[in-house]
Design a binder for this molecule. Structure first.
Ligand code: ADP
Ligand code: MG
Length: 243
């Protein structure tokens, strides 16, 4: 249902993504691991057109485009179908938790304010923050802020949620509550593409783990296989360092 073929992104002369092919099934939970500087964030950002790729084909539902020729309308469609959860939450500091969740529905989906706020309240219930509706980000813990960031992505009802190291900025005490919410979404079979260093999350939750290095997919498979009997020496080397 989501497919990228031959995705290339260059910065300066360097190919940071060097021909990525990836198909994601509906309801699939994919975890992407790999050394830093390897193109994991760039891959997610290209799927959402936060970066403009240099080559490749992107299919999301009935959208099927050569990424170099994507129109403004194609890009907006791709953005509506791929919600993003950022490492640093990226909440609006001057909006409440409720308004942060409702904002995209109002601006992107053009919902009336009342309808957007009603949806945001439902989401706040689901993420366990109903009592924080009127709190501003500064009054929330890191874990609560990231749960609002995830709530905002949930509200979008995108085909896939892209998580870029969602727990890397958190104090250790807040990591579990954010992973817990992600596990809840996984149980509901929300399609997810998650870049993370949380190997236990990958092991417990992923249908498939992808190991990237140097802008390429080196190896992928179910977690039991990738962690238990990695084939490529680069995968083995990486896992030795992080496990
Ligand atoms: P990862 O998420 O795996 O750590 P990134 O996708 O962030 O890796 O970055 C991959 C490479 O691309 C790095 O060498 C990084 O410095 C470079 N890079 C990322 N974004 C930019 C940018 N906007 N301009 C120039 N180089 C960039
Ligand atoms: Mg990154």
């Amino acid at each position: 249902m989501i497919k990228v073929e031959g995705l290339v992104k260059r910065f300066g002369g360097t190919a940071v993504l060097d021909g990525i092919d990836l198909a994601i099934e509906q309801g699939e939970i994919i975890v992407v691991i790999g050394p830093s500087g390897t193109g994991k964030s760039t891959l997610l950002r290209c799927l959402n057109f936060l970066e403009r790729p240099d080559a490749g084909r992107l299919t999301i539902g009935d959208l099927d485009v050569d990424v170099t020729r994507a129109s403004r309308a194609d890009i907006l469609t791709a953005r509506r179908r791929t919600a993003f959860v950022f490492q640093n939450y990226a909440l609006f500091a001057n909006k409440t938790a409720l308004e942060n969740i409702a904002e995209g529905l109002i601006v992107v989906n053009r919902w009336p304010k009342e309808k957007a706020h009603a949806r945001a309240r439902e989401i706040l219930e689901r993420i366990g923050l109903a009592d924080k509706a009127d709190a501003y980000p500064a009054a929330l813990s890191g874990g609560q802020q990231q749960r609002v960031g995830i709530g905002r992505a949930m509200a979008a009802q995108a085909e896939v949620i892209l998580f870029d190291e969602p727990t890397s900025s958190l104090d250790p005490e807040w990591v579990e509550e954010v992973l817990g919410l992600m596990k809840q979404l996984a149980r509901e079979r929300q399609t997810m593409l998650v870049v993370t260093h949380e190997m236990s999350f990958a092991r417990d939750v992923a249908d498939r783990v992808i190991f990237m290095e140097g802008g390429r997919i080196v190896e992928q498979g179910p977690p039991s296989q990738l962690f238990g009997s990695p084939k490529d020496p680069r995968t083995r080397d990486f896992l030795r360092k992080v496990l």
